[in-house]
Design a protein around this ligand. Structure first.
Ligand code: ZN
Length: 350
């Protein structure tokens, strides 16, 4: 049997007001000395509050690096800082871009990494893979799983609702991602892991079941979204690839990001993609559409703020962008007229 390597988080802490426990977590994990916090410019003040005092109380010295975007340039900047400051651990504090930069740079420099998400917009907060912009390949790179995840519900609940709704779109997308994975297993004999697949599907089911209450931003509904995102990240780590969490709906989102002048958020685009992938899969696309609209996530080109022609164009690109990832779009993809029909029948375009 081939060796299958899984890297999983060791400590997962979800709760209210827990950012102030970061110092204790770092000490417990055996770290000392320097901590490098990678964060976004808007999050710096927040990072310099509870996060800083908790680390200082636990006798850590802190360096900060602010990054605007998850580009390779910023990953290299972070690596230079790690090389210079020699932190014992890197903390990614933010919405996703900062976490991606912290994840990949720390992995490359062989330093552990802790994820402290300030919102719940996609599964990168817990996964081993990082989505880096400006590369020739429009998909994520393997970094490392966070050693610990601290998801503070009180911090996440004050982030814009649009980000949380987008995170729900990313979770609901697992409904079609897993179906694509099963298809690739059947048609191409690709490795398929039931456990990872079920874990990703369970997250999608949980969010679908709680769709009506997510808007309320209650502690329990936010906890469901955060835990579902963490489970998706763990599913990726168990599968050793993004397969259980990323199918044709994700490739559609990447295509849209490449073609549309003003793309929407990752999870928003994946949610809309999932409606159309589900249609092709002969699955219950109406259910996905209904759930997304109850959550307040986009279900159409108009709600994404993207013109219909870019949706059609992106659909015709799905089979080409990642040919090794077999999906319901097949090896030949779909024609422009088929794409138009698909988007129209599912109400994505008028
Ligand atoms: Zn995603």
């Amino acid at each position: 049997m081939r060796l299958h390597y899984m890297q999983l988080p060791r400590e997962v802490i979800v709760g209210t007001g827990i950012v102030g426990g970061i110092g204790e977590v770092c000490s417990k994990l055996g770290f000392s000395g320097n901590v490098l916090i990678v964060t976004g410019p808007k999050m710096l003040t927040l990072a310099q509050g509870d996060l800083r005092s908790s680390l200082e109380e636990a006798s850590f010295s802190i360096d900060y690096l602010t990054v605007e975007d998850s580009t390779m340039e910023n990953v290299l900047r972070a690596q230079e800082r790690i090389d210079h400051d020699r932190p014992s651990v890197v903390v990614g504090f933010g919405g996703g871009k900062d976490i991606d930069v912290a994840k990949l740079s720390s992995a490359n420099m062989k330093v552990p990494f802790i994820s402290v998400p300030t919102t719940a917009s996609h599964d990168g907060i817990a996964s081993s893979h990082a989505s880096i912009k400006g590369l020739d390949r429009p998909y994520s790179l393997r970094g490392q799983a966070p050693l610990a995840i601290l998801a503070d519900i009180s911090v996440i609940s004050s982030s814009p609702y649009r980000l949380i709704a987008s995170g729900c779109g990313d979770i609901i997308a697992k409904y079609t991602a897993v179906r694509d994975w099963r298809l690739a297993h059947k048609v191409k004999g690709e490795y398929y892991g039931d456990y990872a697949a079920e874990l990703a599907l369970m997250s999608a089911r949980l969010v679908m079941r709680n769709a009506g209450s997510i808007k309320s931003l209650s502690e329990s509904s936010l906890r469901t979204v955060v835990e579902a995102l963490i489970s998706c990240g763990v599913a990726i780590s168990i599968a050793g690839s993004t397969r259980p969490c990323s199918g044709s709906e994700h490739i559609f989102s990447h295509a849209l990001t490449m073609t549309a002048p003003r793309p929407a958020l990752h999870g928003e685009q994946c949610g809309v993609g999932a409606i159309m992938s589900a249609y092709l899969q002969g699955a219950n696309w109406r259910l996905l559409k209904n759930v997304l609209s109850r959550i307040g996530a986009p279900t159409s080109s108009a709600e994404l703020g993207i013109e219909a022609r870019y949706i059609v164009e992106a659909l015709t690109m799905v089979h080409r962008l990642r040919p090794e990832r077999y999906t319901v779009f097949g090896e030949r993809g779909i024609s422009r007229s088929q794409a138009e029909r698909l988007a129209r029948r599912t109400g994505v375009i008028p």
